[in-house]
Design a binder for this molecule. Structure first.
Ligand code: SAM
Ligand code: SF4
Length: 318
């Protein structure tokens, strides 16, 4: 079992399978990065699997595949199947922008994927297209429907930005409610790659807008990154507020990037690379790195109010 120095059980890993993306979201990757990592520096699926098998043996129970846009990486369903075959009870999840779900949802379901989180920042074509800098909305909405029809547990993620989509909070909430899926509103996390001038909308403001139309109560916090709220009719929605004091108390996760960096915390500058150990077949060293990362997981994130992160979300997987 993996327990960190603050007695938190670490049983969840987010795995970024690629840094590349077909969107250029204003809050994440508005400009194409100057250089992509050469292919030889990216872990193959077999290498990722070698490490994840070890992590599963050490107590990891949930794996979320993310990116960049994970559906850009070829044969993702085969990778999911490798993990599912090794550990059928693993909670296997995916975070995607939804664009390629129409093509891949069915294959992913058959491979053993259970949950899909889909980014949806606007229901207005011109705003959605402005945020992603691409004509996306029809395909994403189609992707959401297909994922629901395939029987995935679907959640929607919305990054709320002042003056861009903050007038759509109720519309997005009602869209999700009508589909019977949870929506989580995410506070924009300032980072130096984001489009300059993007402004965060705080959780108070988001809840305030919702409270003008609906009554709801906060549910007891579990170890998810989100706080959940329940409306009178039982519908649940969430808020992710990384700037909040108690965000880290129940954190149960670490991250693996496509280049093999193991990251104990999204807002922590240290990371450790497992690539060489895995490529040399040195599982003992890889296991030591995993335990060290868990041991060195900080109590709280390094995030200061008004600080701008240097981390690229498309590398760490959000
Ligand atoms: N491409 C996929 C997607 O967009 O869902 C997966 C990768 S994306 C980096 C993972 C999550 O990070 C998405 O829900 C996205 O909205 C969120 N994200 C990216 N940049 C962010 C930022 N600056 N602040 C808050 N959330 C961010
Ligand atoms: Fe791509 Fe996801 Fe980042 Fe948008 S949030 S640019 S879809 S990685």
């Amino acid at each position: 079992m993996l327990i960190d120095s603050f007695d938190r059980k670490i049983d969840y890993i987010r795995v970024s399978v690629t840094s590349r993306c077909n969107f250029r979201c204003l809050y994440c990757m508005p400009n194409t990065p100057f250089e992509w990592e050469p292919k030889e520096n990216i872990l193959s699926y077999e290498e990722m699997f070698e490490f994840l098998r070890l992590a599963i043996d050490e107590g990891i129970k949930k794996i979320r595949i993310t990116g960049g846009e994970p559906l850009l990486r070829k044969d993702l369903d085969k990778f999911i199947k490798m993990l599912h075959d090794y550990a059928p009870h693993l909670d296997l999840a995916l975070t995607t922008n939804g664009y390629y779900l129409p093509e891949y949802a069915s294959k992913l379901k058959k491979a053993g994927l259970k949950r899909v989180n889909i980014s949806l920042d606007s229901l207005k074509p011109e705003i959605a297209n402005k945020i992603a800098q691409k004509n996306i909305l029809d395909r994403v909405l189609n992707g959401i429907n297909i994922a629901i029809n395939e029987g995935f547990v679907v959640k929607l993620n919305t990054v709320v930005m002042k003056g861009i989509n903050d007038n759509e909070i109720l519309d997005l909430l009602e869209f999700a409610k009508n589909k019977g899926v949870i929506i989580r509103f995410i506070e924009f996390m300032e980072n130096e790659r984001a489009y300059p001038g993007i402004k965060r909308v705080g959780s108070e403001e988001i809840l305030n807008q919702i409270s003008k139309k609906y009554s709801f109560k906060e549910l007891p916090k579990d170890n998810s990154a989100s706080k959940y709220f329940e409306m009178e009719d039982g519908y649940k929605f969430g808020i992710i507020e990384p700037h909040n004091e108690d965000f880290c108390k129940s954190c149960n996760r670490i991250r693996l990037t496509a280049e093999g960096f193991l990251i104990p915390c999204l807002f922590f500058t240290e990371s450790y690379n497992i690539k060489e150990a895995i490529r040399q077949g040195d599982i003992k060293t890889a296991a030591e790195i995993l335990r060290d990362v868990v041991k060195n997981k900080p109590e709280k994130n390094d995030w200061q109010e008004d600080e701008v992160s240097t981390r690229a979300f498309w590398e760490t997987g959000g």
